[in-house]
Ligand binder design. Structure first.
Ligand SMILES: [Fe+2]
Length: 228
């Protein structure tokens, strides 16, 4: 039996920390995966408009994939079951989605953590911010590839995904090196999943990554992406 009438009792409980820290966490009481996905959709609809991920679906079940099983342009195609580096979801779109919502159906065994990193804590100097906002890089997305900057005008969002960004000149190489260096020595939060956990991430502010996983670990997260 699948619950279809879940009411989010106290939305501020989720959205207050989201505004303050760029992410929020709570544990759902949903006992069935379908009910958990439905709760995720309800939360997503409160935040904005759901958008499709790479596979064209408005809600997805994501699991660690070996390189040969992954979408050819995804991070998993490059990194497979190794750690997935910090990135902003949908960096290959002209406007990355605003929120990423994840719900843990099964943490897997061995489990893999999700890492969170607020780019505003990376300590960029004013000169580096100018470089991030003013240096074009190539955003690879097949026939839809385009040029853009890592930092949107006014710092509205960061576009960063080592799987799709490519320097086209010396400044571009420098800007990518700057951000890689900062991320490499940043302190971040590791979230270790429990079944029923729901994580809402402000994708314009907080980068996420994944610790290494194993083939057949059983880790499954539901994912909803939201424009707002
Ligand atoms: Fe991601």
């Amino acid at each position: 039996m699948v619950a279809r009438d879940i009411v989010i009792a106290d939305p501020d409980r989720h959205f207050g920390p989201l505004l303050e820290h760029g992410w929020s966490l709570h544990n759902s009481e949903a006992s069935h995966p379908d009910a958990l996905v439905h709760e995720l959709i309800t939360l997503g609809d409160r935040l904005g408009t759901r958008v499709a991920g790479r596979a064209g679906l408005l809600e997805e079940i994501v699991q660690p994939l070996a390189t040969e099983d992954a979408h050819p342009r995804s991070l998993s195609a490059r990194y497979g079951l190794d750690a997935l580096p910090f990135h902003i979801e949908l960096s290959h779109r002209t406007r990355p989605c605003r929120y990423v919502l994840l719900a843990c159906i099964d943490p897997g065994s061995p489990a893999a953590a999700t890492m969170l990193l607020d780019w505003q804590t990376l300590g960029f100097s004013p000169e580096e911010l100018d470089l991030l906002e003013g240096t074009p890089v190539l955003v690879r997305s097949g026939r839809r590839s385009f040029y853009s900057t890592i930092l949107a005008p006014g710092g509205a969002f960061l576009r960063y995904d080592p799987g799709c960004l490519e320097a086209v000149d010396q400044r571009g190489r420098r800007v990518l090196a700057v951000i890689e260096d900062r991320i490499a020595c940043a302190s971040f939060v590791s979230h270790h999943w429990r079944q029923g956990d729901i994580l809402i991430i402000d994708n314009w502010r907080v980068l996420h990554g994944r610790s290494p996983s194993d083939r057949g670990s059983g880790r499954r997260l539901a994912r909803v992406l939201v424009d707002a």
